[in-house]
Design a protein around this ligand. Structure first.
Ligand SMILES: Nc1nc2c(c(=O)[nH]1)N[C@H]1C(S)=C(S)[C@@H](COP(=O)(O)O)O[C@H]1N2
Ligand SMILES: [Mo]
Length: 313
């Protein structure tokens, strides 16, 4: 990775997305065609499948306007497809069914579940959450899915389990970015078990009342609205329980910039830019970023005993 990282600062920052800049030059992978109105309509059409509908949970309203669906489904981060944002068309290659999810590691009984079997074991609901990328853009999304507490119930972690590792699909056939050797695929991310047990921690299977689109992480993704967006891994194929803190894909590449906790904090700058504010996608206003992205009343207590750690990187 040394050669790769050295290339990062040779490229003007304006030519790369901030997260890509840590690795190097923008590649031609996933180069997308220009958007047209007709294409945008296609972008919103998810593959047929359940996971889209559930009653709205009135406890979670974001206090902001919901991002237009067209914007939320056509401006994405998904490095398995592209280092750019305009990847939704390429992501339609991803087949969302059949789909299996492995639950293993320190659990009562390891299992391989068909996604539709898993969906029958949980109660779906809708939550409107803020979504804040470390690159300083933000959205407000009505997700459908289930609280991570439901995953804990289905998985039955052993008392010794301290972390959950989420692993995304890494399929070279369907995902052009995975053919790039510059990244240590698969994309993995993780949370501490007590974070997963917090009611805000969520797994999404839908958005805007429909099944989750491929580009937004269908058929199953992590949703942790008080953390920077990179923590929320897409297209989950494995969920492992462990007593060792995982090192995420981004942390492997650049540990100084992307840590384990990655809680949103306007007062703690990224090494290369301020985190004080954020631009609302589909609206383009810039607003002030809020500590824990506004979820401090729910989650701040998780970090009382962890003050010595880098909680905001
Ligand atoms: N597997 C995978 N998950 C991922 C990413 C990725 O590149 N691959 N990008 C992350 C980042 S940086 C962000 S900001 C969000 C973007 O989610 P969205 O495209 O649905 O807005 O997904 C996160 N999950
Ligand atoms: Mo991000």
């Amino acid at each position: 990775m040394h050669i790769v990282r050295r290339r990062g600062w040779e490229i003007p920052e304006s030519r790369v997305t901030p997260e890509a800049a840590v690795i190097g030059r923008r590649t031609l992978l996933g180069t997308s065609l220009a958007l047209s109105v007709a294409n945008m309509a296609v972008a919103q059409t998810a593959e047929v499948g359940p996971g889209g509908a559930g009653p709205r949970n009135p406890k979670y309203l974001a206090g902001r306007d919901i991002t237009p669906e067209t914007a939320a489904t056509t401006y994405n981060n998904y490095y398995e497809f592209s280092e750019g944002k305009n990847l939704w068309r390429s992501a339609q290659q991803l087949k969302l069914r059949p789909w299996t999810v492995v639950i293993d590691g320190m659990v009562a009984k390891p299992q391989t579940l068909d996604i539709d079997t898993l969906l029958k074991q949980v109660k779906l609901e809708e939550r409107i959450y803020r979504h804040r990328c470390v690159e300083r853009w933000a959205m407000t999304v009505p997700w459908t899915g289930f609280p991570m507490t439901e995953l804990l119930r289905v998985a039955g972690p052993q008392p010794s389990a301290k972390y959950i590792v989420f692993e995304s699909l890494a399929d070279k056939k369907m995902m052009p970015g995975v053919r790039s050797p510059l990244y240590p695929w698969p994309y993995i991310e993780g949370v501490a078990i007590d974070e997963a047990a917090n009611d805000v921690a969520f797994l999404s299977t839908g958005m805007f009342g429909k099944p989750l689109t491929p580009q937004n992480g269908g058929p199953l993704r992590v949703t942790l609205p008080w953390k920077y967006g990179f923590k929320s891994a897409k297209a989950l194929v494995r969920i492992s329980f462990t007593d060792k803190r995982p090192v995420s894909l981004w942390e492997q590449i650049n540990p100084d910039e992307y840590g384990f906790w990655a809680n949103v904090n306007p007062g703690v700058a990224h090494p290369r830019w301020s985190q004080a504010d954020e631009t609302l996608i589909g609206d383009e206003r810039t607003v002030k970023t809020v500590i824990y992205n506004g979820y401090g009343d729910f989650v701040a207590g998780l970090y009382d005993g962890r003050k010595s750690e880098k909680l905001f990187t």
